[in-house]
Design a binder for this molecule. Sequence first.
Ligand SMILES: Cc1cc2nc3c(=O)[nH]c(=O)nc-3n(C[C@H](O)[C@H](O)[C@H](O)COP(=O)(O)OP(=O)(O)OC[C@H]3O[C@@H](n4cnc5c(N)ncnc54)[C@H](O)[C@@H]3O)c2cc1C
Length: 246
Amino acid sequence: MENSDLPIRLIRQETVAQKTLAATFELPGLPYAFAPGQAAVLSLSEGGAPGEGRTLSLASAPAELPLVTFATRTASGSRFKEAISRARPGDEFFLSPPFGEFLLPSGEELVFPLIFLAGGIGITPFRSMLRECGRTLAEKSSGPPVLLTLNRTAEETPYREECRQWNELGVARWVAVETRSAKSGGTPRDELVRRALEEILEGTGMEARLYLAGPPAMVDSLSEILTAAFGFPRERLTVDLFFGYA
Ligand SMILES: Cc1cc2nc3c(=O)[nH]c(=O)nc-3n(C[C@H](O)[C@H](O)[C@H](O)COP(=O)(O)OP(=O)(O)OC[C@H]3O[C@@H](n4cnc5c(N)ncnc54)[C@H](O)[C@@H]3O)c2cc1C
């Protein structure tokens, strides 16, 4: 049991894609600070103490504190995912201190174009960044960040409506790759990704700073395409691996 874990209360749950749940919690009136892109361990309350937990990226912005939101795929049906799906407003959970180095560039680095590649549920750290920064990222770097979301279908794309709004408001330029949609016409996933990346990199150039988040298999195949097919320099890639997903 972690003494530093805070007891938090569930406020609401929302379905943000097929088998994908967002849960919002309220923190007690204690100080809690995190940077967009960081994660924390969310634990079930077992006998009033932190029980089984999972590392989840904070999907809300620091500006939304004392509320914090996490979003997670529930398809595995694990005990943890079942518990969070069945929880009711007011139920107690525990929240660890935040951690992680998946952070936006600061200062001079911010002048380079930004590309965010979200594999499936890997949208969560980017949602925090985009909600926190709004249009300031577009104004400080050279234009709005490009957000590429990679999912099988539109229905499986988390926060799809919010992505559409970011695109409309100039917060981010959104490129959706939905590999099993009718539009993709049976083209293999890697080819769809390669075409999307080609178009993005033509616009930003190889100077871009590229952020990649999601399940390890997705992140690995995306970074492989980037480095092997485009010669994108590894040192400009920052990755957030959601270990625990196949
Ligand atoms: C930095 C980071 C950020 C992440 N962000 C997100 C996110 O925003 N959204 C999201 O959905 N997922 C995120 N994950 C992955 C998340 O931690 C889970 O691994 C994933 O959601 C699968 O959980 P599961 O319960 O469905 O799978 P399971 O197969 O039940 O378990 C997955 C992992 O949890 C471990 N585990 C199993 N049982 C226990 C237990 N009793 N106590 C502790 N660990 C156990 C397993 O060893 C396995 O590694 C992130 C992971 C990391 C490392």
